[in-house]
Design a protein around this ligand. Structure first.
Ligand code: URA
Length: 263
């Protein structure tokens, strides 16, 4: 149900969005990325809120279509709150613009992964749908993301993502403050690699289940910033390229998607 009141967490309401009303949100985990997208890729930008670091901006794509650049925060619980409120203000398409760790040797840092479906190991999602409920991206939006990547000349891979709740334990990182990795998680990365899972990230599974339940189109593109077949750390040298590639793909896909909707 659309709400004109200020939503508690995102800090704005439908009446703040102006005209034409945006129906698509580019959703970054990182508030600085949301601001960067707004400043670098949109025109006529207006800050809606920077409440709790959930930075949100409204602006226009180069072809004049209105979009939001918003922030999910890290992880599925935060994302679930933001997405619920974005839908309340009228958003009907959400493209997550994230980062991820590759678990396939041929998917290198700097490239992007477009998630077609997620292996969803996330507690927040279980509050929204049964555990067996498919965490599937909107198929048409996923194709649009792949077309955008091709148009932008960005190296990309489309497939299954492991979407988990923790960056360290859940992604089998042993070189952190917790030396006690649960038996159930030891070897999980190699198992997923053999199951043709492409990457790890922390939000798409819950986003996709919400899309299915609420009835909005959800997609996800992530820049590859770690290569887990080689190490645990983020590869800082190529991080900026990976993030910019994911943004370029998401922005182009948003333009294609909205143009097709209005055709
Ligand atoms: N985000 C993740 O969840 N994992 C990584 O390795 C990198 C980014």
């Amino acid at each position: 149900m659309p709400s004109s009141e200020t939503l508690y967490h995102i800090g704005f309401g439908r009446d703040d969005l102006g005209a034409p009303l945006p129906t698509l949100a580019l959703l970054s985990g990182d508030p600085d990325r949301a601001r960067h997208i707004a400043e670098r890729y949109l025109t006529d930008v207006r800050k809606l809120s920077e409440n709790r670091g959930l930075n949100s901006y409204v602006g226009r794509l180069p072809n004049g279509q209105a979009v939001l650049s918003a922030t999910s925060g890290m992880g599925a619980p935060s994302l679930s709150i933001v997405v619920n409120e974005l839908v309340q203000v009228g958003i009907r398409t959400i493209i997550r613009v994230g980062t991820c760790g590759s678990i396939q040797p041929h998917i290198k840092p700097g490239s992007v992964v477009i998630t077609s479906a997620a292996l969803c190991r996330q507690g927040a999602a279980n509050d929204i749908a049964p555990i067996e409920y498919p965490a599937a991206a909107d198929p048409f939006l996923t194709v649009t993301l792949a077309q955008a990547a091709r148009a932008q000349g960005v190296e990309h891979y489309v497939g299954i993502t492991a979407s988990v709740d923790t960056f360290y334990e859940g992604q089998e990182r042993t070189g952190s403050a917790n030396p006690h990795l649960l038996r159930a998680l030891r070897g999980v990365t190699e198992e997923y690699r053999r199951l043709n899972v492409l990457n790890y990230e922390m939000e798409s599974g819950t986003l996709f289940k919400m899309g299915g339940v609420y009835g909005f189109a959800a997609g996800c593109v992530c820049g590859v910033i770690a290569q887990r077949t080689e190490g645990e750390n983020v590869v800082l040298e190529t991080k900026a390229t990976a993030v910019e590639n994911a943004i370029r793909v998401a922005v182009e896909a948003a333009a294609l998607w909205l143009a097709r909707q209005s055709a």
